[in-house]
Design a binder for this molecule. Structure first.
Ligand code: RIB
Length: 343
């Protein structure tokens, strides 16, 4: 785990390819994080097994020891924010069971406000995760308490949403609760950041309440109804026509700012007609679980602290790449102190 493998060791081992000026810039960006973020959404116990390869349908493969790790897309985003020093509140639900206690106590330990997490008489949400030797994974989630988050849950925590600079949402709790959160935030002037994951159809109303959309290429194709043109790995700007078409469609849907995450190729920003590729940080991948969540969490922490979209995405690209070099989701996230020692 990253905590047991300090960043300086990553550098020595050649796992991090940051030169000194890049490291200085990243440290400067990280040192400015102090904003207020609220996340409404899921908390899952990640039941994780590493296997040599992922099983094919109908196949059984041997794996290593079962690990139960704190996860859930929203909880992962909140964990990243808290680890980076943002003042973070998590709103959601877990069960009155050991997994629920694990999820609440681990966010508590990071300094997040967990007083808006309800403990209900249903099982905590779980994710069945298999990771292969290349760090790729398959994930099946069982919602448990996440499925019990309602409009009323959100209304009861409205003050925490209004009080934050940025709200983070994904699609792992009921749609009614997601829309209500976005509505409260929108009316209060809190920036709404929506991740369309796990992908599903979204009502137009939610997109219209969204300030910044975060999607991968598949989710982008889903929401715009059109896959991007061929990817030129060496020059993403070559895709400009496809990007422009995607942006036009997003604008019709009411979205003026979109961050497209491209895994090992970095990210691409579509911001009111301005297109900006974000360079990836090449790393030795151990486990990609939760990397997208750490990208989103970092971006939210940055935006809440008045960093620009470009600055936030640059920092997020590094933080999420580091997350890929260790196992698990939250267990792989770097904290502010380690980030400030970079270089
Ligand atoms: O994005 C990774 C997360 O997806 C895991 O932590 C799992 O809980 C699922 O929500």
């Amino acid at each position: 785990m990253l905590d047991k493998f300090p960043l300086s060791e990553h550098k020595k081992a050649g796992i991090l390819n940051l030169n000194d000026s890049h490291a200085t810039r990243i440290k400067n960006l990280a040192s400015r994080i102090d904003g207020k973020v609220v996340v409404v959404g899921s908390l899952n116990a990640d039941l994780t097994v590493v296997a040599e390869r992922l099983p094919n349908p109908g196949e059984t493969v041997h794996g290593g020891a079962l690990q139960i790790l704190p996860g859930g897309k929203s909880s992962n985003q909140a964990a990243t924010c808290a680890k980076l020093g943002a003042r973070t509140t998590m709103i959601g639900a877990v069960g009155k069971d050991g997994n629920g206690d694990l999820l609440v106590s681990s966010l508590d330990a990071l300094g997040a406000d967990t007083s808006h997490i309800r403990q209900l008489d249903v099982p905590t949400g779980t994710a069945m995760i298999t990771v292969d030797e290349a760090g790729e994974n398959t994930i099946v989630i069982s919602p448990g308490a996440n499925g019990e988050v309602t409009k009323q849950t959100v209304r009861d925590s409205a003050d925490a949403i209004k009080d934050a600079a940025v709200l983070g949402l994904c699609l792992e709790i009921p749609m009614d609760a997601i829309i209500e959160s976005a509505r409260i935030a929108h009316d209060a002037g809190t920036t709404v950041v929506l991740n369309l994951s796990p992908y599903g159809d979204v009502p137009d109303e939610l997109l219209q309440l969204t300030d910044i959309l975060i999607v991968n290429e598949h989710e982008l194709a889903g929401v715009t109804g059109k896959a991007l043109g061929p990817v030129d790995k060496d020059d993403p700007v070559d895709k400009d026509d496809s990007w422009r078409q995607a942006e036009d469609r997003l604008r019709e849907l009411g979205i003026s700012t979109t961050v497209v995450t491209l895994g090992g190729e970095g990210a691409y920003l579509l911001d009111r007609g301005k297109h900006t590729p974000v360079a990836p940080l090449p790393v030795e991948v151990v486990d990609t679980t939760g990397c997208g969540d750490s990208f989103m969490g970092t971006l939210m922490a940055a935006l809440a602290s008045d960093l620009t979209l470009e600055e936030g995405a640059e920092l997020a690209s590094v933080v999420s790449a580091i997350a890929a070099t260790a196992q698990g989701a939250q267990s792989s996230y770097i904290d502010r102190e380690s980030l400030l020692k970079l270089g």
